[in-house]
Ligand binder design. Structure first.
Ligand code: H79
Length: 481
């Protein structure tokens, strides 16, 4: 078993399944909601909350080094942490007033970027709810804002045809009953039971208030207290699914009775899609075992909430994100790009630029992105392969100095490329089969010429039309040696 903070994967290939009472509740779904999920391709994450007011600093002092990320700033500790810091943070609701937040403008921008779903932070670790929850006294209602921001986002994105997933952190620094360890005293047990009922009530409330929301994206489910609550979480998953047929729940929600997270102790996915790919990517398609997945990614190194001072921190470019997007698509995953608006609700200039440039690229190359999926061919160092029925797409991110894109097909391939063109311009490209003369190599090679006069400042997609293979390995002289 390999273990990390996110994903514990047990794949007992040669072991009998063990009986589990709190193992997986779902097998691979093929309903309309999951088919939509498989075609999302690109998503947008939005981290917005009290931490957005601060941008990773307080009164000019940076929390860098004292807290993991700007949305973690309440946990600021060490020599730079201000006196009485957590009390100060917890009162930020009193000045929370994102007057420039225009959810419709966000949604229009996401639409132009090509996002087909959005994941919005309804409540992060600080416990502050962005909807006027009846089960909490720490919400937008208890702030000058007074607006239902979850409702605004759900309505605006739904109106643009973008599906909404609600991010919900179980971990909660505000609820007095929350604790990280397994409750050990009567008082802790009572507090924890209160906390569990509050969590259940908020989740049901979210589903009831926002019937357009399609899925839940869970976070903060790694503490021993939650892990020990497997009986409760198993029942709650069933209740959420019954309340909202078709609801999509990621694998980060719960664990089985042996503490196995994401995958139960028999290796079965604990939810509808694998939710462990946070700022990391699968090394290859095979390790995914056919499960659905998405990758959530920051634009900077590790800032989900707004960071005022990004000096010295590499910010991914639209080109980086095209590369990541197509790498995900080549393995049937979705890429979800995170945006962290400032305390007034404004996206940053860099995020605006990303949205425009990524959106322009995706619009020009949509056929290779949304309905295209993994193809079972050797990888090419030139870029990422996706396919769709009779078409094969190669997103070229490393242009070969030879001017030749070479693809390797197995000897028995029934279909081979018969023509090639650039997806965005339609320009035809010469394509031919090549016998490169490797002895004992039963593959067929296909070469596409990339014209020297093609000016490409960004990744470009070569579309190959597949047809009946006219050559086979038997035609080659080396087959008869
Ligand atoms: O919302 C974003 C992050 O804030 C959240 N997930 C994404 C989507 C996230 N919360 N926690 N983590 C990610 C993992 C963080 C772990 C650490 Fe720590 C925080 C390492 C150091 C500080 C907690 C405290 C674990 C170790 C010490």
């Amino acid at each position: 078993m390999t273990t990390s903070l996110w994903t514990e994967r047990a794949l007992p290939s040669d072991r009998q399944p063990i009986p589990l009472r709190f193992g997986t509740q779902v097998s691979r779904r093929d309903d309309e909601a999951m088919q939509r999920f498989r075609r999302y391709g690109l998503g947008q994450f939005i981290h917005f909350g009290l931490y957005s007011i601060l941008g990773g600093e307080y009164q000019g002092v940076s929390a860098a080094g004292g807290s993991a990320a700007p949305e973690w700033i309440r946990a600021w500790s060490g020599p730079t942490a201000p006196e009485g810091w957590q009390g100060t943070y917890d009162r930020l609701n009193e000045s929370f007033d994102p007057a420039r937040l225009d959810a419709r403008a966000w949604a229009r921008q996401a639409k132009r970027m090509g996002a087909r779903y959005v994941i919005f932070t309804t409540k992060h670790h600080d416990g502050f709810a962005l909807w006027p929850s009846a089960h909490s006294d720490y919400t937008v209602r208890e702030s000058p804002c007074g607006r239902d921001l979850v409702g605004e986002v759900v309505d605006a994105y739904t109106a643009e045809g973008i599906d909404v997933f609600l991010y919900f952190s179980v971990l909660d620094w505000h609820h007095p009953g929350y604790l990280r360890t397994v409750p050990a005293t009567d008082a802790e047990r009572a507090g924890w039971q209160d906390f569990l009922q509050y969590t259940r009530a908020q989740l049901l409330e979210l589903l009831d208030r926002y019937p357009a929301a399609r899925g839940l994206w869970f976070d903060g489910t790694w503490d021993a207290s939650w892990i020990a609550s497997h009986e409760f979480t198993h029942a709650l998953e069933a209740e959420l699914r019954a309340r909202r047929p078709g609801l999509i729940i990621g694998s980060r929600f719960r664990n089985d009775e042996h503490g196995a997270r994401h995958f139960d102790s028999n290796g079965a996915l604990l939810g509808d899609y694998e939710q462990g790919w946070e700022r990391k990517l699968p090394a290859n398609f095979e390790m995914l075992g056919g499960n659905d997945w998405d990758c959530v990614m920051t634009i900077g190194p590790n800032a989900w909430g707004w960071l005022r001072d990004t000096r010295g921190q590499y910010q991914k470019t639209a080109d980086d994100l095209v590369d990541l997007l197509m790498r995900c698509r080549s393995m049937n995953g979705n890429l979800v790009v995170n945006f962290g608006p400032d305390g007034l609700g404004r996206m940053t200039a860099h995020e605006d630029e990303i949205a425009e440039h990524l959106g322009a690229w995706v619009a020009a190359n949509a056929d290779a992105v949304y309905d295209a999926h993994h193809v079972d061919l050797d990888r090419t160092g030139a870029g990422w392969l996706t396919g769709d029925g009779d078409r094969l797409f190669v997103t070229v991110v490393n242009r070969p100095v030879t001017g030749i894109l070479r693809l390797r097909f197995p000897a028995g391939a029934e279909r081979m490329p018969i023509s090639a063109r650039l997806l965005d311009s339609g320009r035809d490209l010469p394509v031919r089969l090549t016998d490169i003369g490797f002895d004992l190599d039963d593959a067929l090679y296909c070469d596409v010429s990339i014209p020297a006069d093609l000016e490409a400042e960004h990744a470009f997609v070569i579309e190959l039309a597949l047809g009946e293979a006219s050559a086979s390995v038997g035609d080659r002289i080396d087959a008869w040696m």
